[in-house]
Design a protein around this ligand. Structure first.
Ligand SMILES: [Zn+2]
Length: 302
């Protein structure tokens, strides 16, 4: 082979290599070198994160000494069902970021110190998890002008309903719509950017007839906040955590909004059939929510 031809061939190979590194193929899984992290690449404006569905307990990482250790059983499977449903409905793919580590080794929904318990390997996994979210959100914003983050969890509270965490606790949500809006509480939420763009009542955006809660409830799954259950009342409620606050909350993330969805086990996470039902209902509700509030309609199915 002539040297010039060889050079051209080498240049082509290098260019191809770079292209695959930068542009990940939607619907394909990519793993970190340790395989503690899986990123399912996407092309929809939806980014789903699953911090507590992992099962790996590698010898290389010590058990955390402080914090919650219980995994959110079957949330990894729940997210895969939801991603599959979204693909069925749109022909596109949600971005999904999984921590494959058991929560006793890493809790990516905490700040790094509590998350990793000071272990350098776990800290590295924490950084990779959050960098993957950041990368997915950036790709979604570049393509669509916005991104919506769903942080998926499992709860064991006595009432079997979805808890939609917008970074607002019972003290905020148990207020009347008028008091909620007068106090400007939507500004503290993880849909603050959407509200700023759309204006109107923050309470209506959160729990009115076209809210995400309403769209889920009218399809058959109980959820709070929603028109029928505007707040959790005196019952336990997860208001959102580190992931939604860091990536979707406040003025630092102007194009990103999101919600933490906490799912009960009975009727939602327990069986494959129930996970498929959740995926159908929440998938349809999410797409309706994006159409209603962001004017997003997926490209026609290929
Ligand atoms: Zn969780």
């Amino acid at each position: 082979m002539k040297p010039r031809l060889l050079f051209a061939l080498a240049a082509t190979l290098i260019a191809t290599g770079l292209a695959t590194a930068a542009e990940k193929i939607p619907g394909q899984s990519y793993f970190s070198t340790t395989r503690y992290l899986e990123y399912l690449a996407g092309d929809l404006p939806l980014v789903i994160t699953v911090p507590h569905g992992g099962r790996l307990t590698p010898d290389a990482l010590p058990k955390r000494k402080k914090g919650v250790m219980d995994m959110d059983t079957n949330t990894q499977e729940l997210a895969r069902a939801l991603a599959g449903e979204l693909h069925q409905r749109t022909g596109g793919h949600a971005h999904v970021v999984f921590s494959l580590l058991h929560r006793s080794r890493l809790d990516p929904n905490r700040e790094i110190k509590e998350a990793a318990g000071g272990d350098p390997g776990a800290e590295q996994a924490w950084r990779e998890f959050h960098a993957a979210i950041e990368g997915a959100l950036k790709a979604a914003v570049a393509r669509h002008g916005f991104a919506f983050l769903i942080d998926l969890h499992g709860h064991a509270h006595p009432i079997a309903r979805l808890e939609l965490g917008y970074n607002l606790g019972a003290g905020h949500l148990n207020q009347t719509d008028a008091d909620f809006d007068t106090a400007g509480l939507i500004e503290l939420s993880t849909v603050n950017d959407l509200h700023r763009t759309r204006g109107g009542s923050g309470a209506t955006l959160l729990r009115g007839p076209r809210s995400l809660g309403a769209l889920i409830v009218e399809r058959g799954i109980r959820a709070v906040p929603s028109p029928a259950e505007p707040g959790p009342g005196p019952n336990p409620f997860f208001s959102g955590g580190h992931i939604t606050r860091l990536h979707a909350g406040g003025p630092a993330t102007p194009k990103v909004d999101g919600v933490q969805i906490e799912c009960p086990r009975p009727g939602i996470r327990d069986t494959e059939e129930n996970r498929a039902r959740f995926a159908r209902i929440v998938g349809e509700a999410l797409l309706e929510f994006l159409r209603e509030h962001y004017g997003f309609t997926p490209a026609p199915k290929r």
